[in-house]
Design a protein around this ligand. Sequence first.
Ligand SMILES: NC(=O)c1ccc[n+]([C@@H]2O[C@H](COP(=O)([O-])OP(=O)(O)OC[C@H]3O[C@@H](n4cnc5c(N)ncnc54)[C@H](O)[C@@H]3O)[C@@H](O)[C@H]2O)c1
Length: 265
Amino acid sequence: MRSLEGQTAIVTGAGSGIGRGVAGVLAAEGADVVAVDLDAERLTAVAAGLDPERTLTVVGDVADAADVARMAAAALEWKGRIDVLVSNVGIYPTSPLESMLESEWNRVMAVNVGGAFLLLREVLPTMRSQAYGRVVVISSITGTITAMPTLAHYAASKAALLGLVRTAALEVAGAGVTVNAVLPGTVETEGLRAAGGEEYVDLMLPSIPVGRLATPEDLAWAVRMLVAAEAGYITGTALPVDGGQTLPEGRVSNEAIAELIGGSN
Ligand SMILES: NC(=O)c1ccc[n+]([C@@H]2O[C@H](COP(=O)([O-])OP(=O)(O)OC[C@H]3O[C@@H](n4cnc5c(N)ncnc54)[C@H](O)[C@@H]3O)[C@@H](O)[C@H]2O)c1
């Protein structure tokens, strides 16, 4: 795979979890990284681990159009191009559907779907003018393949992202720009720990055939593949990176099935 040297990559939500992993891998692969986050302290900590010459931090809210315009402008002023966008920010507060407030629904939609929309609208014209670009949107298996109680707003937002990705992919298909989605399973991040704690991890673990949670780097390397120059024919796709979590048929134990089927051979 060709190095990302000379390429500028915007990574949102780079202060934590998957976004931090993506920023680290893309930087290690040669990219100049524009690390974006709402949380200035987290960004500073992440930037401290990266080459200062090849890292720019921008504090801002992806749900705010003016902030998003500022993120793209900062990248262009810094390096004059935007080759890669990883739209990773997503929030996952929980709320049972029957008592969900409109404000809860609206904020999840504004950040998770609205943020990706604003970012795409902002960077696609630049990518089109360069006749080159790679966009990866971080969706989820939740909403696109599976569902989880208390996450109706989140699931709806993650499914909506696939409609956005597919349409964007079509609109820029002739311009050297690809747009794809990555669907993480259960990933060991600060956000996940804060949401569910150790108990949640213990609960999810048996549902993952590879036998462990994903690391942010597992997701980051999937992103790296999709942003490769060589991946120009992959567009509009949704790639699960879930350790096989969505494979089992129903709530049956894989071991029990193996024993049963294996026993009849
Ligand atoms: N962790 C998982 O198991 C998992 C599973 C499936 C999908 N995902 C998706 O992966 C993405 C990253 O998840 P994570 O677990 O790494 O999250 P995280 O909470 O660990 O990190 C998210 C980062 O985004 C920043 N952020 C939040 N709102 C923002 C906003 N409006 N503008 C700018 N920055 C903002 C936060 O400050 C934080 O640094 C999300 O889209 C999430 O839905 C995560």
